[in-house]
Design a protein around this ligand. Sequence first.
Ligand SMILES: Nc1ncnc2c1ncn2[C@@H]1O[C@H](COP(=O)(O)OP(=O)(O)OP(=O)(O)O)[C@@H](O)[C@H]1O
Ligand SMILES: [Mg+2]
Length: 458
Amino acid sequence: MTRILLVDDDIASCRTLQLHLSGLGHEVSMAHSVDEGLQLLESFKPGLVVLDIRMPGKSGLQGLPEFKSALPEVRIIMITAFHDMESTIEAMQKGADDYIHKPIDIDEFDDAVEKLLSHGEGELVETDSQSLSSLTMVGNSRAMKEIFKTIGLVAKSPATVLITGESGTGKELVARAIHRSGENPDGPFVVVNCAAIVETLLESDMFGHEKGAFTGAVAKQAGKFKLAENGTIFLDEVGELSPVMQAKLLRVIQHKEFTPLGAKESKITNARIIAATNVNLAQQVSHGAFREDLFYRLQVVNIHLPPLRERKEDIMGLVQALLARINGELNRKVVRITSDALRCLQDYHWPGNVRELENALMKAVALCPTDTLSCDLLPMEITGVSLEEVESQPVVSRPVSLQAMEKAHVKQVLEMVDWHKGRACEILEISRPRLRRMIQQYELQPPPGFVADKDNGD
Ligand SMILES: Nc1ncnc2c1ncn2[C@@H]1O[C@H](COP(=O)(O)OP(=O)(O)OP(=O)(O)O)[C@@H](O)[C@H]1O
Ligand SMILES: [Mg+2]
């Protein structure tokens, strides 16, 4: 199974653990000081080191970084009879994977070992093979490949592009990709949020104003169309434009000219126009809320980003790319993901699309104590969905009894922690006997193939 090195000056406790671990099929070596342990590290190459803190000579805490640097892949569980918050925090910061108190509760110990060893088997996602800039778009679904082609085709042409898709699907990223592949990649890329501000301010934001054009216009100011000269102007949420602004925008597109607020003369623009919206503009047109002529002018080319749930083939690649990006930002090296966690990510319906995936991974990496991202680090709504599917009756969509909620919730939590009852009790904040009663009462079953001795003797 795994080679485990026990480093503890307490020979009796070492022997007990050795017997127990070899009984489980592991190959075990012992050392009674940090230096002895470090010597063994070379030849024995353990997958896991169990390291006592209080030892004569170097303490386990002092030794911890040396073990890590000598064998970076090694997992380390710290053990100590003295529990104080500081040494726990220090141990975790120095790279320990877990921390257990003496006298050792063998169930707790087994769970910790198993968790670490199964983590090691997590799927390795190649996150640091290339350092991805935040502008790199990934996607190997058919839809995304088509989109990349379209970007290539339209980038060099001055055609106006309308990018549509739900929130968080990557509309701005597509706009930036078009800009960077265009005639003027080094020119400005200027964003206008058409939904953010009131009409006069939006008008002055886009077209600029002369001094005194309105109360508060203390100085002449250039608008975004001016700032985007020789570059691209990105009109985000263009569906939110008022009828007046729609008319003004139409004029810019038709005649390439605009008039700053309070100015007598109009100005010429050569900015490339890209617009985006997450509302259905065609529908707005049919309701009379959006000008048809403007609609056709904007969508000379339409790029539609399908929601993430319709291109699940992209999820794996996105996880890799986003993890690489996040590792860089947070200065972490989370390069693995357990198959359970990956399955959760694959199964979820992602109403917030790629942005939601990015946020979930960001939180998970921030909380991840090891190099492996596991299910328990993902937000509840993501890990909970598999339950909805199992029960095929989303708890939120119809009123149910308190008991049904309780049953569903306990089941969900047990599944989240792989039926680790101790952890389930912690999350549910209930006692073991109470959990046991609930499991009986609700006839909850561990998944087939569940190994009984992992079951904490319950
Ligand atoms: N294909 C992709 N590859 C890599 N990252 C992506 C991809 N699609 C989206 N992202 C990332 O997801 C986040 C959201 O993307 P973006 O801001 O472009 O979405 P949006 O469609 O403009 O959203 P909204 O409608 O909410 O403004 C960004 O951090 C972006 O980098
Ligand atoms: Mg956006």
